[in-house]
Every structure is written in structure tokens, then in C-alpha cells.
Design a protein around this ligand. Structure first.
Ligand code: ZN
Length: 158
């Protein structure tokens, strides 16, 4: 499907195939899927309702996430989400990442029609349709919840 006007209404049905392709691409070729050297923080998350596991490795310096790695396994939604997240947050400040996290969580949990995201959430927009599947929302949010715990610890260390 060709890229359409980014301001046009993104109905779930209209972008379904495109979104699925983006999700499967991240699942098949996960970004940043590696342990990193000298992580500041390592944090594990588990989603018992689906069996998803994520292990995050973060190098944080001066309030900035300078390097991100992850390991783990699980369904396509959980693994695509952590791949998209890793790609998006590397090089960003903890404050920027907190805004991203809030924005994405808001999209996953709202019952309202979605509008353009307030911040650039990159490929995460491909997960917009997940909010219609309550069981899968936990899969999409697992890595973000793990990230929030990790960043709280990173800030406590500073
Ligand atoms: Zn899952």
C-alpha cells in the first residue's frame, strides 16, 4: 500500500495490512536485540497472561539513554513492541522517553478515536489496532512497563 497523506484519517481497517507488515518486520528482524556492554540498568519483565518475556539493557548517562539492548521471547506483538521501543528511545533523554511512554500507553488504553500522536512515536503507530484486543494490550505494554521500572532505578542511582 502506498504511503497516504499522514494527516488523513487512519482507520484500523484502512491501514491494517500496512500495520501488520510493520509489526511482522520488527518481529522477524528485531532492532537492538543484543546484550550491551556495561549496562547501567538491567530489568526483566514478564507477562504471565501470554508468556512474554523481555530483558532490557540500558546505558544511561547524564539523563540520556545512550544505548539500548534487549533479549527475550514471546508473541509477535510483545517482540515487535520492544524492537520499536528500542529503536525509538536510543539517544533520547529520560524526560522525552517518559512523554513517549505516556503517549503510547494513552493510545493503548483509550476508547476514544485516535488522533495524531502528540510526540513522534515512530513505528509504534502500527500497534494502534492492538487496543481493540484487551488481552494483547499487556503484550504491547510489557516492554514499556519494564522500561519505566528501569528508568526509576536509573534515576535513583544518579
Ligand atoms: Zn504476548
Amino acid at each position: 500500500m502506498p504511503a497516504s497523506n499522514p494527516n488523513s484519517d487512519k482507520s484500523f481497517t484502512g491501514d491494517d495490512d500496512l500495520y501488520r507488515a510493520v509489526i511482522m518486520d520488527h518481529y522477524a528482524r528485531p532492532r537492538n536485540k543484543e546484550k550491551i556492554e556495561d549496562p547501567t540498568i538491567v530489568e526483566e519483565g514478564f507477562n504471565p497472561s501470554c508468556g512474554d518475556e523481555v530483558e532490557l539493557y540500558l546505558q544511561v548517562d547524564n539523563g540520556v539513554i545512550i544505548k539500548v539492548g534487549h533479549q527475550g521471547q514471546g508473541c509477535s506483538i510483545s517482540q515487535a513492541s520492544v524492537s520499536m521501543m528500542a529503536e525509538l528511545i536510543e539517544g533520547k533523554s529520560i524526560d522525552e522517553v517518559a512523554a513517549l511512554s505516556e503517549c503510547f500507553k494513552g493510545r493503548m488504553t483509550t476508547r476514544e478515536e485516535l488522533t495524531e500522536p502528540a510526540v513522534d512515536i515512530g513505528d509504534l503507530e502500527a500497534l494502534d489496532g492492538v487496543r481493540f484486543y484487551p488481552v494483547r494490550i499487556k503484550c504491547a505494554l510489557l516492554c514499556w512497563e519494564t522500561l519505566n521500572v528501569a528508568l526509576d532505578k536509573a534515576q535513583a542511582k544518579d
